[in-house]
Ligand binder design. Structure first.
Ligand code: NAD
Ligand code: ZN
Ligand code: ZN
Length: 379
């Protein structure tokens, strides 16, 4: 089959790889209809993780079930499914608690959590390919209505819609509250959208890519361009001197400072300034224990200059980590089916798999009009 294979920094190729085969009775094989490129893939694409050349990318997958292992009971051939990016067992302590991003079964001892096509997240191949092997299929497949309606919306259930929602849960967003989201990439936009679904009264979205800020504005959020001045000051000014109730980091360790250079802790520190005393911070932007391209020796080991003193003084709380996508995917799916959510507003391109190298390059450059790319291997 054809698949998107990582060749080295800034290079992916669409190549022939082995077709997946059922390995355990609980597996299924899915024929991919839509698979999206994520900002998380860009960390690997840029050589800013320990990902080795040869891995097939793709953790935002949906498609049609092609083959079913003998031990699978709730999934049948021909079912249309989306696969939230957490590969998880469904029966360990963390899965039973809804923390599917920290499954204790699917990765090496001492680690937790699995994902398709992601470094450090277990041996699972990615879905930017014609077919995908799905382990523990009864737990990992989310059923969708037959046909091709809402394809772009449902594709967002694999990661960014539940991840954006999870960010609002980590931050503790409640109706009527004010929220600041750092990052107007797909994840930040979904966090703002989720805050809106939850009834936030004011939502600020910070970035410096104008067309992404425009999308935030269309959504009804208030765009803040950090090139125009310290974003925390801009926001605090707008709400008359006291911080917002909740803050979300949808940027991560490759954050850009106003000066233009990378500054890994800049967003975390600006969140401390943006959020009021005793407010909540939800951090879904990625931070890693090892960064081969870090700007200094400490951040190479994931040690950042976070202003814990100010954070403590303000009595704030912080939630972090990979999103428990599985926990929200079914209910968010039902919002899409009911016509009450349309996350596909972030999708800018639907392209054949063969266009992946160009799509990676343009999305990585945050080119205008490249807010979220879906690859369609069956085109
Ligand atoms: N926790 C999870 O489960 C999970 C899931 C998906 C993605 N992620 C992570 O979320 C982050 C965002 O993902 P994405 O797909 O939206 O990526 P993206 O790279 O498309 O978006 C990041 C945005 O942040 C902006 N940015 C950079 N520096 C900034 C700053 N100082 N202040 C405000 N904005 C700034 C960039 O201009 C860009 O628009 C990534 O780190 C990704 O790895 C985490
Ligand atoms: Zn993703
Ligand atoms: Zn588990």
């Amino acid at each position: 089959m054809k698949a998107v294979v990582y060749k080295g920094p800034y290079e992916v190729a669409v190549e022939d790889v082995e077709d997946p085969v059922i390995q355990a009775p609980s597996d299924v094989i899915v024929r991919i209809t839509s698979t999206a490129i994520c900002g998380s893939d860009l960390h690997m694409y840029e050589g800013r993780t320990d990902a080795e050349p040869g891995i097939t990318f793709g953790h935002e997958n949906m498609g049609i079930v092609e083959e079913v292992g003998s031990g699978v009971s709730s999934v049948s051939q021909g079912d249309r499914v989306v696969l939230p990016f957490n590969v998880a067992c469904g029966f360990c302590d963390n899965c039973r608690a809804g923390k599917s991003a920290f499954c204790l079964t699917v990765n090496d001892p001492g680690t937790a959590g699995g994902a398709y096509g992601y470094v450090g997240m277990g041996p699972y191949s990615g879905g930017q390919a014609e077919y995908l092997l799905v382990p523990f299929a009864d737990y990992n497949c989310v059923q969708l209505p037959q046909g091709d309606e809402h394809e772009k919306d449902f594709a967002m259930l694999a990661d960014i819609f539940p991840t954006g929602y999870h960010a609002t849960e980590l931050a503790g967003v409640k109706p009527g509250e004010t929220v600041a989201v750092y990052g107007a990439g797909p994840v930040g936009l979904m966090a703002a959208y989720s805050a809106q679904l939850k009834g936030a009264s004011r939502i600020f979205v910070v970035d410096h890519v104008q067309n992404r800020l425009d999308l935030a504005k269309e959504l009804g959020a208030e765009p803040i361009n950090f090139d125009d001045g310290d974003p925390a000051e801009q926001i605090v000014d707008k709400i008359e001197g006291y911080g917002v109730d909740r803050g979300i980091d949808a940027v991560g360790y490759q954050a850009t400072a106003r000066s233009g250079e990378e500054q890994p802790a800049v967003v975390l520190n600006q969140l401390v300034d943006t959020v009021r005393h005793t407010g909540g911070l939800g951090v879904v932007g990625l931070y890693l224990p090892s960064d081969p391209g870090a700007p200094d020796e400490h951040s190479a080991k994931g040690e950042l200059l976070f202003r814990i003193g100010r954070f403590f003084e303000k009595g704030q709380t912080m939630g972090t980590g990979q999103a428990d996508a599985k926990q929200y995917a079914h209910k968010l799916r039902d919002l899409i089916i009911a016509g009450r959510a349309k996350p596909s507003f972030v999708v800018s391109q639907e392209l054949p798999l063969a266009d992946a190298p160009e799509a990676y390059e343009k999305f990585d450059n945050r080119e205008p009009g490249y807010s979220k790319v879906i690859l369609q291997p069956n085109r």
